[in-house]
Design a protein around this ligand. Structure first.
Ligand code: PLP
Length: 333
């Protein structure tokens, strides 16, 4: 999105390679989870190559940018990410031989940062929180510096790039709908809004009667609350991303980071699924929403957006939770 589209610049070999990557994405499994009162399905996005749902957004953005001549082999890609989008870009761009500079912040998981440092020759990490208590604006300022510093640069701008949402519309949603059939409720964690934008628009075309529940976290400004400090990467944002405006959302649920922790642990103990914080938040929202539900069993779907492994020392560590997410600390931040 940094350079104007110039189809004359399109690198045909690179386009073939990115098309091949797109054509060979793994089809992630949909699993049925026994749950009282509902028919619950989870799509295991942690089975993607870079380990999260962000692969679908990343590959669609890259393919479109290569097609438009905005990325060639002399381009450097720069992007702000708290983790998974950077991992997805790093994996794909490494295969394409295109340099990538991720801009991270202190909330990044240690394992994610290690992988990124292995895959990328240069990694930028901001240390100063912005005025909102988060780091997004600091990361975006560093991206702006890099765009000024580097000669041929492409910035995917995941918070506003409709191609990211298109990836979920074209890739994730059809798989989900093919595997489940009818969906009555879709619960989606929200960060940039790409996932909920793509999934909800596709679902709305096929099942307009379905409910789409957006799941956000306290301290996030996505749905109008003032931004405040958050510790767990994944969902939430210190800005309202424009991709939210075209999403089809019937209800918003906002939960605490302690709910994320509780949801992760419940998902692990009830279903043996070791998932990241955003998935725990979504699972906690589903459990709460359908507590005591009687009558016909609705079909409820959600994504397991990433694995719990990178969160072993945070969300799954009692010490970390006690130190960083005590109710007092959470409320006062
Ligand atoms: C684990 C996880 N869950 C949920 C999300 C939110 O997805 P989106 O940015 O498409 O709203 C992200 C985004 O990075 C994520 O990494």
């Amino acid at each position: 999105m940094s350079a104007p589209a110039d189809l004359r610049r399109t690198d045909r070999q690179l386009l073939d390679r990115v098309e091949a990557l797109l054509g060979n994405l793994p089809r992630t499994r949909v699993v049925r989870l026994p749950h009282p009162g509902i028919r619950l399905y989870a799509k295991m996005e942690s089975e993607n190559r870079a380990g999260s749902s962000k692969d679908r957004a990343a590959i669609w953005i890259l393919r479109e940018a290569v097609r438009r001549g905005e990325i060639t082999r002399s381009t450097t890609v720069v992007e702000s990410s708290s983790g998974n989008f950077a991992l997805a870009l790093a994996h794909f761009l490494n295969e394409l031989g295109v340099p990538f500079v991720p801009v991270l912040d202190p909330n990044v998981n240690a394992a994610t940062e290690r992988t990124l440092r292995r895959l990328c020759a240069r990694v930028e990490k901001v240390t100063e929180p912005d005025g909102t208590g988060g780091y997004l604006l600091s990361r975006l300022a560093r991206v702006a510096d890099l765009r000024a510093e580097l000669a041929d640069v492409y910035w995917p701008n995941q918070y506003a790039n409709p191609d990211g949402a298109r990836g979920h519309y074209e890739l994730t949603a059809p798989e989900l709908l093919d595997d489940i059939g009818r969906i009555d409720y879709l619960f989606v964690g929200v960060g940039t809004g790409a996932t909920i934008n793509g999934l909800s628009r596709r679902l709305g075309e096929v099942h307009p009667e379905a409910a789409v529940v957006a799941v956000d976290v306290e301290g996030s400004a996505i749905f109008g609350a003032p931004p405040a400090r958050r510790r767990i990467p994944g969902i939430g944002s210190s800005i309202r991303p424009p991709l939210i405006d075209d999403a089809w959302i019937t209800k918003v649920v906002v939960q605490s980071e302690l709910d994320e922790v509780a949801g992760c642990r419940a998902l692990l103990s009830s279903h043996g699924i070791y998932a990241g914080g955003s998935t725990g938040c979504v699972y906690a929202a589903i459990t709460r929403h359908f507590e005591g539900h009687t009558g016909p069993e609705p079909v409820v779907a959600f994504l397991c957006a990433d694995s719990g492994e990178p969160y072993a020392d945070t969300v799954y560590s009692d010490e970390w939770v006690a130190e960083h997410l005590t109710p007092v600390a959470t409320k006062g931040a």
